[in-house]
Design a protein around this ligand. Structure first.
Ligand code: F6R
Length: 359
């Protein structure tokens, strides 16, 4: 029931702080130690490579998680679109472990990959919102998202829950493997900070609605740009905008723009920079300026410690691996208000189904 909300999507965006807190209580004990099946950790520790498989938003959540498995658990990780992997399987390592990311647990493309994984007796984990879903039943292990039902076609709280569960797993695996980085990663504290930060962003909706009316209500195209995890979030931010507001949006690695795509920038094209990483903040800022010099209207979503006077949206500071949990929220709201302003059915965009059960 969506209660007083006009659309499920807005309700689900607002539920994200509560989902973060729920995940803390489901997966971290009083001392902040992860509560994760030991045998699963042993199986992943035994593997030499993690393959993450997903589609759409779940694929985007995988792009964020991969960095954490490499940082905290020192395990090489690659992320694959399920519909590609199913038919063009790359050369695999000797001991693969598969992680399936799927809100519904029913996506046909991902199921196709799991059938083959099982034929080869490779161990697997499904991270899903739906207990007893097909991908959950058929994988070796399951971790639930505990996000509550997601009704809007555009995925929001499942994306952030997937990233948080990946963080739990990265920490658990890293501790199992005795990594110092994992030990120092105070996830309980970080997720509490994230929950408060999400709350602060969802409390300032008016500002995002106003940005939409100035910059996003008219243009036919828009760009999100960033580097590293900010690029990963750019892809998700652009997908949100495309699928519910029908603005043709692209998420782009900010350094790649000048290699061709910058030709698309015209007067008034919105270019939104996501800036949360110390090493690349300055570079993304200069890439934004390059587009501004060609007429773009630039907007920024920036972590507080990197913020400057003219920035558009300021995010509370969190661990650099978890910034996607915050930077995506304004992007979800920008997509929501753009769709709403056009009078579209936010929850049921044209041509789309909540669960894609055909290949
Ligand atoms: C976009 C969206 C889709 C799904 C994709 C995979 O907002 O919801 O891109 O992420 O269809 O679905 P699941 O996660 O159920 O496998």
């Amino acid at each position: 029931d969506k209660g007083a909300y006009p659309f499920y999507m807005l309700k689900e965006i607002d539920e994200q702080p509560a989902v973060m807190r729920r995940l803390v209580s489901e997966y971290l004990d009083a001392d902040g130690q992860p509560m994760v099946e030991e045998q699963m950790l042993a199986d992943i520790a035994d593997a030499d490579h993690i393959y993450i498989i997903g589609a759409g938003t779940s694929y985007h959540a995988g792009l964020v998680g991969a960095r954490m498995f490499e940082k905290f658990a020192k395990t090489p990780t690659t992320v694959h679109v399920s519909s590609e992997f199913a038919y063009e399987q790359p050369l695999l390592s000797a001991k693969p472990f598969f992680i399936f990311l799927s809100q519904s647990g029913e996506t046909a493309d991902s199921r196709e990959v799991l059938v083959n994984v099982n034929k080869n007796h490779w161990p697997s984990l499904t991270i899903t919102n739906v207990d007893k879903s097909t991908l959950s039943r058929e994988a070796t292990y399951t971790m639930l998202l505990f996000a509550g039902p997601e009704i809007a076609v555009a995925s929001t709280k499942a994306y952030t829950a997937q990233i948080a569960v990946e963080a739990v797993l990265a920490k658990a695996l890293g501790e199992y493997l005795k990594s110092e980085d994992a030990k120092d990663f105070d996830l309980k504290h970080e997720l509490a900070t994230v929950a408060n930060g999400m709350q602060a962003i969802t409390d300032s909706k008016d500002k995002l609605e106003e940005i939409v009316s100035h910059y996003l209500s008219k243009p036919r195209n828009a760009f999100y740009i960033g580097r590293g995890v900010d690029w990963a979030v750019s892809l998700e931010a652009a997908l949100k905008l495309k699928e519910i507001s029908y603005v043709q949006a692209e998420g782009f690695a900010s350094g790649e723009l000048k290699h061709g795509t910058i030709a698309l920038i015209e007067k008034g094209t919105p270019v939104i920079g996501i800036i949360t990483q110390d090493r690349t903040a300055g570079l993304t800022r200069s890439n934004l300026e390059e587009t501004q010099a060609r007429g773009a209207s630039i907007l920024t979503i920036v972590s507080r410690h990197l913020a400057k006077e003219d920035d558009t949206v300021i995010l509370p500071d969190v661990n650099p691996y978890l910034t996607p949990l915050l930077s995506v929220v304004p992007a979800q709201l920008l997509a929501y208000y753009t769709s709403l302003g056009k009078g579209l059915d936010v929850d049921k965009p044209r041509n789309l189904a909540k669960s894609v059960t055909v290949q």
